[in-house]
Design a protein around this ligand. Structure first.
Ligand code: SR1
Ligand code: MG
Length: 422
């Protein structure tokens, strides 16, 4: 495939990819027997499930524009390169928590990878009230291992800077985050998608809140300037696939260097929004009370799993340029490096709370919403859920320091939910 970039179609896929040996080995030698379905339901790319006599795999191709908007919003094909680079690193840094990559073609922006079966997108489970066993443990481990091992706590200066140079070029996708997460919801940007008129008063009030706007710009500055580690960059519950026992994290095309708390906060926010969304999906036979408790437990366990693994890596793999043993352990100052870890975890928690608030607001009034809320049919219930997300988001952003631990958050979210019961 040395020709110029061309979009794949279900008709052309087997002819265009039929010569690639790694694909033949997994699907079967005769491409005439391969069939494909386009299943992409994300905002940006084409995604095909390809089946042959020997098996199935995923072919993902970046489009030269934003899929949900169309050709009026061009977007670089290089995002496929960043996704590939990030997947390779995540595979090295975690044990089996990302799909295996079989083939990559940068010119065609094509990534061929493992078909996760019988996995489903976690967001669908969160809408339908389905529980998953190892989810919290796996997500805590994924965050700790990728975020620690991609940081300067773990990497030497040359390795860190080489990686930073690669991912610093992911300008276009970072710019989407800078605009959609930290800017557009706070003024009358064309990209916004507001449930009007139900939310008009709430949005108008939010935009008058200058304390909030300052706090969001401080978060944006952290995202923009703090090159602490390699982030997944878009770690929401649509980027997680699950079975009853297994977890797989996908879609790291927004990968960039940024603050550790960014990925953690995005992830937790998506569970908190799913918590509120239950109000719109419960029925008289299925009141979702137990499921709401399960969601809060998941968040608690993610944080525990994250901090335990992060602490373990801090003790055993701190081989980078920061907090070197020659300054601490070798001087008999082990307690001081333990104290540094405690301070770092506190910063990560507080940053995560702020970023979570920004995610909750932008997923409610910005361009890209979440399916669990948009599918609520009762208009009043949906507006109620959206108002809860905005109320919580505002508090998390402006008062992040007041939420010292998970218990504080849980009490707060339960109260918002209770007070807002229709
Ligand atoms: C134009 S892209 C909109 C959103 O979809 C992606 O998944 C990211 O979350 C981005 O902000
Ligand atoms: Mg995505």
């Amino acid at each position: 495939m040395s020709e110029d970039y061309k979009e794949l179609t279900i008709e052309t896929l087997s002819t265009r990819l039929g010569d690639i040996n790694t694909l033949k080995a997994r699907l079967g030698d005769d491409p005439n027997l391969w069939t494909s379905n386009e299943v992409g339901d994300g905002n940006l790319n084409l995604v095909f499930i390809v089946q042959g006599p020997k098996g199935k795999l995923i072919v993902k191709q970046a489009l030269p524009y934003v899929r949900v908007v169309g050709e009026s919003w061009p977007l670089t094909l290089k995002r496929a390169f960043f996704e590939h680079e990030a997947l390779v690193r995540q595979a090295e840094r975690t044990n089996n928590l990302v799909p295996e990559v079989y083939y990559f073609n940068q010119k065609q922006a094509i990534l061929v990878m493992q078909f996760m079966q019988p996995h489903v997108i976690l967001r669908h489970s969160l809408k339908d009230g389905i529980k998953h066993k190892n989810l919290a443990h796996d997500m805590g481990i994924f965050c700790a291992q990728t975020l620690f091992r991609g940081s300067s706590y773990s990497l030497t200066a040359p390795a860190f800077k080489a990686d930073l140079a690669i991912f610093s070029d992911n300008v276009a996708l970072c710019n989407i985050t800078e605009d959609l997460v930290f800017t557009d919801p706070y003024y009358d940007a064309d990209s916004n998608n507001i449930n009007s008129p139900a939310l008009d008063a709430v949005v108008s009030d939010l935009r008058k809140d200058v304390e909030l706007k300052i706090a969001v710009q401080i978060l944006k500055a952290k995202f923009f300037t703090q090159n602490e580690t390699l982030l997944h960059g878009d770690l929401h519950t649509g980027s997680i696939m699950v079975t009853q026992n297994e977890t797989s994290i996908i879609d790291p095309e927004f990968a960039t260097y940024g603050p550790i708390g960014f990925d953690v906060g995005m992830l937790l926010a998506n569970f908190w929004m799913a918590y509120f969304a239950q109000q719109g999906h419960q029925t008289t036979d299925d009141n979702r009370d137990d499921y709401r408790k399960w969601i809060l437990k998941i968040v608690e366990k993610i944080w525990i799993s994250f901090t335990q693994e992060f602490s373990n890596l801090w003790q055993t793999e701190r081989n980078g340029i920061l907090f070197e043993d020659k300054l601490f352990k070798d001087q008999g100052h082990q307690n001081a490096s333990d104290e540094a870890l405690t301070q770092l975890l506190t910063t990560i928690w507080q940053d995560a709370i702020g970023f979570a608030g920004a995610e909750m607001i932008r997923r409610t009034i910005g361009l890209a919403h979440i399916m669990e809320i948009d599918t609520i049919e009762d208009i009043k219930a949906r507006a109620n859920v959206e108002k809860n997300c905005i109320a919580m988001g505002r508090k998390l952003i402006t008062q992040s320091k007041k939420f010292e631990n998970i218990d504080n958050i849980n009490q707060f979210i339960v109260k918002i939910e209770k007070d807002s019961k229709l």
